[in-house]
Design a protein around this ligand. Structure first.
Ligand code: PGA
Length: 272
């Protein structure tokens, strides 16, 4: 079983001092076994990465960091952008790519997202590719085709190497896919755990059909209005390896509770 993964996406929230308080709570409340059995990842805004990394080191916390975005070019005249190498330098291991808020508010398209996934891997960052259907697509019964399309485009699948990124398709075992229905993000609405599981199964089936072996499979997370009341039900599903939480993760106490409940639901030994 892949190591259960819990990501706190702070979005455009928290100052440096509130981030420090957050870390203090994690250090006091998260037990060693919880941190060993699960992987905890914090995704602050860019400006918090360096100090968060220092704080994690100072407290000897086994917590990883993710950036919320990157630009695919290595360097140059791209005012306001941040490259994968710069992010890696801050101590980040992960980067979120193609979050629906970036697709919707900043017009990110599949091609750009695929270039970001590739750039992240070249720099040694593990991409967390977000995919998800919107309300209309769901109502029209297009959920599975939308997800398959986004996974295919995001990883340059279904293409010969000559037409894929210069480096060929990414190493999927070093990637995470987060299924986040757009209509569930920040709304309090969610699919049923069974519906989310079905989408995850379809992603696995699609990747298999593209020749991806079980060892190469990425971890699959669910995201969209996950909280302490519903996390256990999602985590009980076989193909849900973790969660990407937004609003509920802003409270360190709630996030700790969610990690404990999620590990329990997965049956991972966890002594609090
Ligand atoms: P939410 O956000 O938990 O607030 O719905 C999730 C996300 O956008 O990653």
């Amino acid at each position: 079983m892949p190591r259960p993964c819990f990501i706190a996406n702070w979005k455009m929230n928290k100052t440096l001092s509130s981030a420090r308080d957050y870390l203090d709570i994690l250090q006091k409340r998260l037990s060693k076994p919880a941190l060993q059995n699960g992987e905890v990842i914090l995704a602050p805004p860019y400006t918090g990465l360096v100090s968060l990394h220092e704080g994690i080191g100072r407290l000897s916390l086994e917590v990883q960091m993710a950036a919320q975005n990157l630009y695919f070019e290595a360097e140059g005249a791209y005012t306001g952008e941040v490259s994968a190498t710069m992010i890696r330098e801050t101590g980040c291991q992960y980067v979120i790519v193609g979050h629906s808020e970036r697709r919707v508010h900043f017009g990110e398209k599949d091609e750009e997202i695929a270039r970001k996934v590739a750039a992240a891997q070249i720099a040694g960052l593990m991409p967390i590719l977000c995919v998800g259907e919107n309300e209309q697509q769901r109502q029209e019964g297009k959920t599975l085709s939308v997800i398959k399309h986004q996974v295919k485009k995001g990883f340059y699948l279904g293409l010969s190497h000559g037409h894929a990124s210069q480096n060929g398709p990414p190493d999927l075992s070093e990637c995470i896919i987060a299924y986040e229905p757009v209509w569930a993000i920040g709304t309090g609405k969610t699919p049923t755990p069974h519906e989310a599981e079905q989408v995850h199964c379809e992603i696995v089936a699609y990747l298999k059909s593209e020749g991806i072996s079980p060892q190469e499979m990425p971890r699959l997370l669910y995201g969209g209005s996950v909280n302490e009341r519903n996390i256990a039900a999602f985590m009980k599903e076989r193909h849900i390896d973790g969660v990407l939480a937004g609003g509920a993760s802003l409270s360190a106490d709630t996030f700790v509770k969610m990690i404990e409940l999620g590990l329990d639901a997965k049956g991972v030994l966890c002594t609090y």
